[in-house]
Ligand binder design. Structure first.
Ligand SMILES: C[S@@+](CC[C@H](N)C(=O)[O-])C[C@H]1O[C@@H](n2cnc3c(N)ncnc32)[C@H](O)[C@@H]1O
Length: 411
């Protein structure tokens, strides 16, 4: 049975028993695919080896989806590549909410993949027309988002695009989430050749295509490192202090040109770039604060400073903030109480840290060119919680501070 034949079979009612057995066995033996295969063959003796492999793969993917997104993925059909590129449901839900608030009724999702964004658009009450180039992915998409109109095709086909744009009103939105990795590229190789995600013109479809879509409202999901062109608004989303994506809008969908959306367990903190100058501290005070990485990407540090009187940047070349008062809540900061500045060369620093009784630390050196592992080694420290060594830039040189997380200070 060919690839499409197996994809069709796995979505059919006939495969249901195989999937249920595979999922139940995998739950009992999470690291033993052989046990899963044996259980599926025992339950369905006539099944082919391709079908057994497909059932094991789906069960494994669904488990990975549940672990990654904490959602019930039991009814979704997934591929490894599609899952790796899928939008997190909370992030997709926020985007869908923005589009409905902007008055859209229909979304044309030109690179729909497995449909994680599509499902959020549908959930928000939007009509969705989807395009997906890969036939297996499109089959799974049709299953995952049954209310969407799914077209198997190439979004860069000018006739297809013109036809689909003709179905939209001007308040409707074209959404593009380009594939940023080549499924055929070797994994684990760090050259540009194997990592097209760094080059927007090597995405599929490329950025030049997205920017030229002749519709007044185009939204796109792009890499966090993307620099939005003039005229596009941007929102960087972070989950557990990792920037997961940047969303760009060709029209004023957001209140400011650039903002951060920090996703918590049940809420989203939005901080917009105010454009105000940020003050630089005359000295590092009692507290050091680490802004959320989405805030740094969005250039929204001014919003954090506006919300916390007395707070200032450590330096124009530093991503750290400092203040003499306790950390304010609700600004996405991680705060540390400064114990001492650690001066001198590595030998002096090592002695100084010994004097402070430090044996383990976490090194934070995003502002310098240092490698945390070699810093720990030369300072004779193990990596571990308790103390933090903040290395940053001030007045043109690297400065280091021993600090402890805010939650550790005595009440
Ligand atoms: C990043 S994934 C989309 C993920 C999706 N937004 C989700 O959250 O599930 C991009 C998808 O675009 C598809 N694709 C790439 N180039 C395309 C093109 N020219 N036309 C249509 N689909 C394309 C890929 O096959 C892939 O499934």
């Amino acid at each position: 049975m060919g690839c499409m034949g197996t994809a069709a079979w796995i979505c059919s009612p006939e495969a249901d028993v195989a999937l249920r057995v595979a999922q139940a066995t995998l739950a009992e033996h999470p690291t033993d695919p052989l046990a899963v295969g044996t259980a599926v063959r025992r339950a369905l003796p006539g099944i082919s080896s391709d079908q057994v492999a497909a059932a094991i793969q789906q069960a494994t993917m669904r488990r990975a989806a549940a672990e990654r997104y904490a959602i019930d993925a039991r009814d979704l059909f997934l591929t490894r590549d599609g899952l790796e590129q899928a939008t997190r449901p909370a992030v997709a839900a926020r985007r869908a909410g923005l589009l409905t608030a902007a008055g859209a009724q229909t979304v044309l999702d030109l690179t729909a993949g497995l449909g994680f964004d599509t499902r959020a658009f549908l959930e928000a009450g939007l009509d969705v027309v989807c395009v997906e180039r890969d036939p297996t992915t499109a089959r799974f998409l049709a299953h995952n988002a049954p209310r969407a109109d799914v077209i198997v095709g190439d979004a860069t086909d000018a006739r297809l695009l013109a036809d689909l744009l003709g179905r939209l009103d001007e308040d409707d939105v074209v959404f593009v989430d380009p594939a940023r990795r080549d499924p055929l590229a070797p994994r684990g190789i760090t050259s540009m050749r194997a990592r097209p995600e760094r080059d927007p013109e090597r995405w599929s479809p490329p950025w030049a295509y997205v920017a030229a879509i002749p519709h007044p409202r185009v939204a796109a999901k792009v890499a966090p490192s993307f620099r939005p062109p003039v005229g596009w608004q941007a929102e960087w989303a972070s989950v557990q202090r990792t920037v997961v994506e940047c969303a760009v809008y060709s029209w004023p969908a957001l209140p400011v040109a650039s903002q951060a959306a920090i996703f918590g367990d049940d809420d989203v903190l939005v901080l917009g770039a105010t454009g105000d100058d940020v003050p630089v501290a005359s000295a590092v005070a009692t507290w050091l604060h680490e802004p959320d990485p989405a805030v740094l990407r969005a250039g929204a540090v001014s919003a954090v400073i506006d919300g916390s009187p007395g707070m200032a940047m450590v330096d124009v070349d530093s991503t750290w903030l400092t203040s003499s008062t306790a950390p304010p809540a609700g600004l996405g900061l991680r705060s540390y109480r400064v114990i001492a500045e650690i001066l001198g060369d590595r030998k002096h620093q090592r002695r100084d840290l010994e004097r402070h009784g430090v044996t383990r630390a976490v090194v934070k050196c995003r502002d310098t060119a240092d490698d945390p592992v070699s810093v720990l080694r030369t300072l004779g420290l193990l990596e571990g919680p308790g103390h933090v060594l903040v290395m940053t830039r001030r007045a043109g040189r690297t400065v280091s501070y021993l600090a402890e997380p805010a939650s550790q200070r005595p009440a």
